[in-house]
Ligand binder design. Structure first.
Ligand code: B12
Length: 472
């Protein structure tokens, strides 16, 4: 755990937790490998915001309440010690109620401290968030790097906030979602402000330190379950900028692996080939391993081989369904045939594959889930998850459920339920929530967690060098 400094700050960023112990347990439960303390990576958006604040000479601090084991009382005490001008919460939908509750507690004690909501939930539903949670003075809609300096300055000078683009107040009628056009102009995430030992990485990456990176923002696809918080226009960084950040991560932080967390990493194959070639020619593949997620169209045996050569350790496939009709209903724009081919090629190239099938997409029946379970067994990925579909706000899936399309219906509008199995947030006429849970249990029983050494030995016939050297 990092030592939290007690000096005054301009902005205090907070990842909320109401029940620190429970959230810690949840983190532990997510672990795939028991020997790795936890498997999360530091929040990239916060890393960027801290870097921008610093670049403009502002003092910013971040508290991850679950990681730092900060109770609400601890946070209130901390606020009185560091006197921030603004406290900004970052929250996905599953965290917004905690953020809203803590915001209200802050306002009760510190009337002059402004409190705002940022992150995915506030981005897609800024007005609704302000209506639902009285503790927030305003919300920030979209990517906040470019507006952050103006926001802090306006607060310091007592200027109205409503003129800051991307800031949404209860009174403001018109606002737009902010997007950074020139990603190369952003500073690299300020990992120096984190205790990186608290974050070991997203997946079972067997290295000392994995850091997340993104090479683009926005995704042109229209999968119905996705929020597309960054919009559909894909903006991307130069290969040079990405390489410089990798080098900085190695030199400054001793980073041993990178997890590319772009919504759609493999999009422009010419760009990808250039990045991979450059990683090899600069010898970075000898210093780090990396992972990414990819769609199953847009790939080839040659591409996977090049990725492997460039140090790729594993790939995550968003498979979603084994059934072509359901894939079509989901607007995923892939086929089951492409799924089989992509996994086969990736394994042949020596890449560890992980993936997920979503239970309960439009048109799903017990038979189609069983088909997914069988395909999962056949694909024999290192790790496969079977999340039950969640109709997040402003997704096409939620629209469908609200219109009762495919017999879908929403069971709960309580955002706290959106990250839980019980009571369940959506089901359909032909697949009840109980049935969804029962099939999920069956899916995991038939596709149990695997031991990585055994898996590598069995599938690739040997333990690759990186794994032998890896610290567990
Ligand atoms: C990478 C990723 C992850 C990684 C996170 C890695 C990391 N260390 O950051 C992992 C794998 C851990 C993850 C987990 C989950 N994820 Co996820 N994830 C993503 C993904 C693909 C990219 C996120 C990212 O890195 N963005 C890059 C940074 C720069 O953006 P950012 O964090 O949003 O921050 C910017 C703005 O939001 C804003 N901002 C953020 N915070 C704040 C705070 C303030 C005060 C202000 C002013 C501004 C601000 O400014 C930032 C800089 O521009 C998104 C898709 C997307 N487009 O968001 C899904 C996404 C965020 N994930 C999603 C979900 C559902 C989950 C899970 C709940 C899945 C699950 N069932 O387990 C978990 C929850 C984990 C948790 N701890 O709560 C959903 C969220 C939907 C919703 N409405 O909540 C998304 C949108 C995908 C989707 N389905 O559409 N995820």
């Amino acid at each position: 755990m990092k030592t939290i400094k007690k000096e005054t700050v301009d902005i205090l960023l907070v990842n909320p937790s109401l029940d620190v112990e429970h959230d810690q347990e949840k983190r532990i439960a997510l672990r795939i490998d028991e020997k790795i303390p936890n498997q999360e990576s530091p929040p990239l958006g916060i890393g960027y915001l801290l870097a921008v604040a610093k670049q403009h000479g502002f003092r910013a601090q971040f508290i991850d309440m679950a990681v730092e084991q900060f109770s609400v009382g601890d946070l209130l005490r901390h606020i009185s010690e560091v006197s921030p001008k603004v406290v900004g919460f970052t929250a996905y939908t599953i965290g917004i109620k905690s953020a809203g509750y803590i915001a209200r507690e802050i306002k009760k004690q510190f009337r002059d401290v402004l409190v705002c909501a940022g992150g995915v939930h506030a981005t897609v539903t800024p007005k609704e968030t302000l209506e639902e949670f009285e503790g927030f003075d305003f919300a920030v809609c979209g990517e906040a790097e470019l507006l952050l300096p103006e926001l802090i300055e306006s607060i310091e000078r007592g200027k109205p906030l409503s003129h800051v683009r991307g800031v949404v107040t209860r009174e403001k009628k018109e606002f737009s979602r902010q997007a950074v056009e020139r990603l190369d102009d952003l500073p690299f995430p300020a990992w120096e402000d984190f205790d990186l030992a608290d974050y070991q990485g997203c997946y079972p990456h067997r290295t000392n330190l994995e850091l997340p990176m993104t090479t683009s923002r926005g995704c042109p696809y229209s999968c119905v379950f996705c929020v597309r918080a960054f919009g559909q226009r894909r903006r991307f960084r130069s290969v040079q900028s990405v390489l410089s950040e990798i080098e900085r991560n190695i030199e400054d932080f001793g980073c041993e692996s990178i997890c590319f967390v772009d919504e759609t990493f493999m999009f422009d194959l010419k760009w990808c080939n250039e990045l991979f070639e450059q990683i090899i020619s600069r010898g970075l593949n000898k210093k780090i391993t990396w992972s990414c997620s990819t769609r199953v169209n847009n790939v080839s045996p040659e591409l996977f081989s090049l990725m492997k050569k460039a140090g790729c350790y594993y790939v995550f496939f968003g498979l979603e369904s084994s059934d072509d009709v359901i894939l079509k209903n989901t607007k995923k724009r892939i086929t089951s045939d492409q799924i089989k081919k992509a996994v086969k090629w990736a394994k042949e190239a020596g890449l560890i594959c992980v993936g997920s099938f979503i239970i309960g997409l439009p048109g799903e029946t017990e038979q189609t889930v069983n088909k997914n379970i069988r395909l999962a067994q056949e694909l024999d990925l290192y790790s496969i998850t079977f999340p039950i579909a969640v109709p997040f706000p402003k997704t096409a899936l939620r629209d469908m459920a609200e219109k009762h399309e495919y017999g879908l219906k929403i069971l709960s509008n309580n955002w706290d339920d959106y990250g839980k199995q019980y009571p369940g947030v959506m089901d359909s006429d032909n697949l009840s929530i109980e049935k969804r849970r029962e099939l999920q249990k069956k899916a995991y029983e038939l596709n149990p967690k695997k031991k990585i050494e055994e898996y590598i030995q069995r599938v690739f016939g040997q333990v690759p060098d990186k794994c032998e050297a890896a610290v567990i």
